[in-house]
Design a protein around this ligand. Sequence first.
Ligand code: ZN
Ligand code: ZN
Length: 495
Amino acid sequence: MLIRIATAACLVLSANAAAQDANLISADAADTARELMEQGLESDTGYEIVRSLTTEVGPRLGGSEQEARARDWAVQMFTGLGFENVRIEPFEMPYWDRGDIELRVVEPFPQNLIASALGGSAATPQNGLEREIVFFESFDALRDAPDDGSLEGRIAYVNDRMISAQTGAGYGPANEKRRFAWLEAEARGAAAVIIRSVGTDSHRFPHTGMMSTPSASSVASDTHSQAVIDYLNSEHPDFNETRIWSSIPAVAVSAPDADQIERIHSSGETLTVHLSAVAGWRGMRQSGNVIAEIPGRELPDEVVLIGAHLDSWDEATGAVDDGAGVGIVTGAAHLISQLPRAPRRTIRVVLFGAEEVGLLGAFAYAQQNADEIENIVLASESDFGAGRVWSLTSGTSEEGTAFLDEAQRIIAPLGIIRGDRANRGGGPDIIPLAMQGVPVFRLTQDGTDYFDLHHTPDDTFDKIDPDELAQNVAAWAAIVWLAADSNVEFRTQDE
Ligand code: ZN
Ligand code: ZN
């Protein structure tokens, strides 16, 4: 009896040991992954894709003519690189336009400031607003302010700073004010709201970004984009100059200008500014997701989905957000497509439209492909610039976790550690898929200076280091190849 138990225990132990040894990934597959890594480090395909997108298309706001040109560009690019099943999946979306903005201090020290409207901002009256500023040290201070009419007819200013971190962990907390300050200010009768930019630089560039509705208090709300569209459809069928997200203008000032406001405020004098903005909703427009594939040789219905977003904010060419991601995932998939034989499973590259303005392409993709989501075996997005990958995180089945443990050992020479094994974050556009049980991984990048550029006019091609981008391509090519050439079940069975 004792012997039997001991034997059974031994079997369990040796099975565990085997699972930890390289038996989920064949020696052949591992060798191919290493070749792909070498090629990735040498390849400039990803870098050239970003150069082409940012030069030939330039800025590409969701729903704009330029975003439509980006879709045409992507179709040509995928076709030219030999991808198959290249297609556009169009969807309708409400279009918001920034227009010009002017912000200046009127009293006590007249001077111009540099500002940018936040996505969803309303316009000022035609001649602008000239109002006193009520200074809030933080978003919490605004939220805790009594509803006593003290903001009536004034402009709320929110000052909190974002903390810089490799993981970008400072973004979520700092971003609360970008998303909801308009709501708190509006509820207290303010005529407008100004925030210190959500960013980590000290340059004179404001950071734009989308605001959120009350119902979108969590970005993971699957009704987020649809709620906006439904609301527009039912309440404002003409869409002309409608003010859905915000009935007041909402703008961000650059960090040095926020410092300036802070200094003037601390002088104790009443601070009055003039704000003029023409931003607003302009009706329904078309956007779309652009898709390309490498069909699998044995299991073509099983899909490893990798993505990036094709749109950018309008004030720059969106090189790090998210031209880099477009270059990285396409460059990686292209390397795999050049192998003598295709992987077992299909690799699908999805370039999502209208991410910046509310993950609209991501939700449209999940809706339009609802029948097929169960075929997606693993998904991830590259949307955190072009900095080096330093960690592999994942949220998959136990078998998938063990597989990715092995895969990490293969990409370790690229300087990549194994990160969190219970992380359901695959990137913003993957949220609607992950919510439906699609397993995810992420190649986490060094984002120490990502928020220096993020959503500013300074997000341009010159900021990308080709060697760092190539390291991304190498890591993506290896992981995507290994997952696509396997038959590992990444999905947790009870989902
Ligand atoms: Zn992005
Ligand atoms: Zn962005």
